[in-house]
Design a protein around this ligand. Structure first.
Ligand code: PEP
Ligand code: MG
Length: 583
């Protein structure tokens, strides 16, 4: 038995036999074509392109039917590439000019397009080389007369598909009914293949580096797409653990369907807004599925992708607008870039301690442009729906004002350009630095809302690195200092009548959520999958009891005492319901 760790890009659990896919990297030969055969070679090329078009159309149609139109658009781009003169005409031109075979001409054109793409400023466009390879690979297969890729559309049985990479069009062709899970050496959550897997509910783990080498074909593998774990040839005990986890997951999914339409209202009628934290725009669908009443935190920096390139204003506007459309009529809170120095380029300075160094708003003085572009996109998105802007890593009024000034500048620019935008987009602070929490009363008059980032707040308050497993036992969300700080923030928000939420992982733990409501929080934002359980916990308590519990906890001295008090008051099995959200 061996365990491989990657990134869970599509949740769920599956156990099955591995089908390891090797991409056919057939060599391409340069063949001289006699003068009287050149036109026939061009026809071969045209026929291969036409065959590719038919196949791509079929894949697109199937995706539209079975996954939904939004995912099929990927193949519009592929179809457009087929007709692009840079590909089609130039390949024919190479055949004619150099008197070579279509395969070689196609390869030459592919190389020059790769060079061209690598020069694009725009990261999104640069990354389209994967689509280009996908399209050209298909034409090459068609030229060889073996376009059917039978292993994908006719799988030998229910399998865990193990691949170095699985391109979007390959995923589109898959015999999904027989795919239990997908495991890949490369890939990330933003890769279209992962998006498709999520939409289909197929567990997937990406970024395993050497899975294709480490997993022997035909062996049993257990895949946990939630935790990003793959166990090769699991022992009986491991199989048992996977089967328990799968059952828990199945029941959870069942419950999700049941609670979606219910409000998170306490027994004495206090309504709490349960919102979703999302990293990728397509998660809005998951948020809706779990009954989120808005997006409480969109971690926008995930838009930078692996290449760490800031998307353009138009690209961002498109993303924010689609999020708003999908969540309509609920609000979407976008946190501005929460990035470190590395996002400004590999050649720049590095930070000896990134958690305490130049990051997020602190980069704004050094490099205001990415922030200005983002604020412009957000203001413009405001014309399309209730977007809210949230600034992370604020330490007090002075750095908040720098950000607010930039926001005013962005508004002035848009006004001067006559570009439609919303003047009064609500602006809030992600309270996560202790100094900001201490001066919450000074920050409140300058903003429209507060959202507490307990993940960082706890790390900084307790001086415990949230990413270091060796000190994880010291990371205590119910430490008295944390509760006192939260109470202080709640008081400032109440006095200044500012909406208040928590968007750290604490909000997604049922018992802690009850305590937060007791402290005065009326909005909680969490991983979409955590919403049903928190809702259930809130619907089972009285807000007045939660308040009494919070008061009692505030008088206690240790996390252990507070936990015991919480256990005593809430359902005895409430702690058992604590979810490992993988953060
Ligand atoms: C937080 O710090 O609590 C938070 C919500 O943001 P992140 O986890 O992205 O730092
Ligand atoms: Mg944070």
């Amino acid at each position: 038995m061996s365990r491989l760790r990657g990134t869970g890009v599509s949740p769920g659990i599956a156990v099955g036999r591995a089908l390891v896919m090797e991409r056919d990297a057939a060599p391409v030969f340069r063949l001289a074509v006699p003068e009287d055969g050149v036109e026939r070679e061009v026809v071969r090329l045209e026929e291969a392109i036409e065959a590719s078009r038919e196949q791509l159309r079929a894949v697109k149609e199937r995706l539209s039917r079975e996954v939904g139109a939004p995912h099929a658009y990927i193949f519009d781009a592929h179809l457009l590439m087929l007709d692009d003169p840079m590909l089609r005409e130039r390949a024919a031109e190479v055949v004619r000019r150099e008197g070579v075979n279509a395969e070689w001409a196609l390869r030459a054109v592919s190389e020059s397009l790769h060079d061209l793409f690598s020069q694009f400023e725009d990261a999104y466009l640069r990354e389209r080389t994967t689509d280009l390879d996908d399209v050209i690979g298909r034409i090459q297969l068609n030229l060889r007369g073996s376009a059917e890729a039978p292993s994908l559309s006719r799988l030998p049985g229910p399998v865990v598909l193990v691949a170095g990479d699985l391109t979007p069009s390959e995923a589109g062709e898959l015999d999904w009914d027989r795919v239990l899970a997908i495991v890949t050496d490369v890939g990330s959550s933003t890769y279209h293949t992962a998006i498709i897997a999520r939409s289909l509910g197929i567990p997937a783990v990406a970024g395993l580096k050497e899975a294709t080498r480490q997993i022997p074909p035909g062996c049993v593998v257990a895949v946990d797409g939630t935790r990003g774990e793959v166990v090769v040839e699991p022992s009986g005990a491991a199989l048992e653990a996977f089967s328990v986890a799968r059952e828990v997951y199945r029941r959870e999914e069942e419950r999700l369907r049941g609670t979606r339409g219910l409000a998170a209202t306490t027994l004495d009628g206090v309504e709490v807004s349960l919102e979703a934290n999302v990293e990728f725009p397509e998660e809005a669908a998951t948020a809706q599925l779990h009954g989120a009443s808005g997006i409480g935190l969109f971690r926008s920096e995930y838009l930078l992708g692996r290449s760490l390139r800031f998307p353009s204003e138009a690209q961002q506007l498109d993303v924010y607008r689609r999020l708003l459309e999908q969540m309509h009529p609920h609000p979407v809170t976008v946190r501005t870039w929460d990035v470190g120095l590395e996002a400004l380029g590999p050649a720049g300075p590095s930070s000896p301690n990134p958690a305490l160094g130049e990051r997020a708003l602190r980069l704004l003085r050094r490099s205001p442009d990415p922030f200005r572009v983002q604020l412009r996109a957000l203001l413009r998105a405001g014309a399309h729906g209730p977007v809210r802007i949230m600034f992370p890593f604020v330490s007090g009024p002075s750095d908040l004002r720098v950000a607010l000034e930039l926001l005013e500048q962005a508004k002035a620019e848009l006004r001067a350009e006559g570009c439609p935008f919303r003047e009064d987009v609500p602006v809030g602070v992600n309270l996560e630095v202790p100094s900001a929490a201490l001066v919450a009363d000074l920050l409140a008059p300058e903003v429209d809302f507060f959202s507490v980032g307990t993940n960082d707040l706890i790390q900084y308050l307790l001086a415990v690195d949230r990413t270091d497993p060796r000190v994880s036992a010291l990371y205590e969300p119910l430490h008295p200092a944390v509760l006192r700080t939260l109470e202080r923030i709640a008081t400032a928000a109440r006095v200044h009548d500012r909406p208040l939420s928590v968007c750290g992982e604490m909000a997604g733990q049922p018992t802690e959520a009850v305590l937060l409501v007791g402290l005065g929080f009326r909005a909680l934002s969490m991983a979409p999958s955590a919403i049903p359980r928190v809702k259930e916990a809130l619907r089972a308590v009285r807000a007045s009891d939660a308040r009494a519990l919070a008061r009692r906890c505030l008088s206690l001295s240790t996390c252990a005492e507070i936990e015991a008090a919480v256990r005593e008051v809430l359902m005895p099995d409430a702690r058992a319901a604590r979810v490992d959200l993988g953060h």
